[in-house]
Design a protein around this ligand. Sequence first.
Ligand code: FAD
Length: 303
Amino acid sequence: MPVLRDLFIALSENEMLNDASKKVGLKFGTNKVVGGITIEETIERFKDINSQGMSVTFDNLGEFITEKSDAVKEKNNILNMIQAIDDHGVDASASIKLTQIGLHIDYDFCVENVREILDTARNVNMFVNIDMENYSSHDTTVQIVDMMMKEYDNVGTVLQSYLYNSAENVYKYKDHRTRLVKGAYKENPRVALQKKDDIDAAYEQLIRIHLTEGDGFTSIATHDHIIINDMIDFINEQNIPNDKFEFQMLYGFRKELQTELVERGYNVCVYIPFGNQWYAYFMRRLAERPQNINLVLKSITKD
Ligand code: FAD
């Protein structure tokens, strides 16, 4: 349903609706896919997930940050969450978005913020993933990731299979902890594959390369059971040990599949967004799978 996908992506980028959503709390069933508004309540979700045998990576929600003061606020929120995770002894890592901490405001300011987050995380032995956003941020994100990888050993990033350049970058990051995804944004055919079958085939190929070519830990981040099953077959054929990879899924999506993978002995990590800026995140989930609208309908009929 490409029309619906484009509509939800356009809605996710609407700044007015993003602003409005910050004021109304978790609405339309988003509490099923967002861990909480405050750090305290989100830590309780982390504990629930840990008690089910899964680790967590957190995402401080928020995009369209254009003021330094807002970027500092978001960075402090991330630092506070890292501290709270350490205080509560929960099994969680961080996922950060560079546009939230100044990428589009001032390059050096952003780098300084990333270093502060990586230092704080390193002090408590925590891994930090630098998420990949849309292509307009790609080159500067990669530049910062590469610089940070020379300075820190607790940092990794994401490869999006729809981007042509991932076929090269997978070799660059083969010895680093890396999350592999299909890609969540609408990109130009000049830089990205457009057809689902091509994206899926490129995705499986990237996973195979990352699992076998280097020493890096591979995070297979998908809800696609067909790809998960193909990859489990490949992992078994190649005798890849379970401590070399994990499956990652978003909080609230395919919970039965998450549990099944844990029961089969695989590592599963749940990506849990938190905070009041849930709107763009939720619209992107609807763009990926318009059937997720069921969450909205269920919440409305319940209320
Ligand atoms: P899809 O191609 O959406 O679905 C394939 C098939 O899987 C569907 O046809 C259906 O049969 C099944 N399926 C999928 N979802 C469901 C569901 N909810 N219920 C039942 N069946 C379902 N993207 C980025 O660009 N940058 C990032 O940094 C990034 N980080 C991510 C982190 C995590 C942990 C995850 C899971 C995704 C991340 N993404 C990121 C998003 C990713 O790029 C995809 O857009 C998203 O995961 C949708 O693709 P998919 O692989 O899950 O499967």
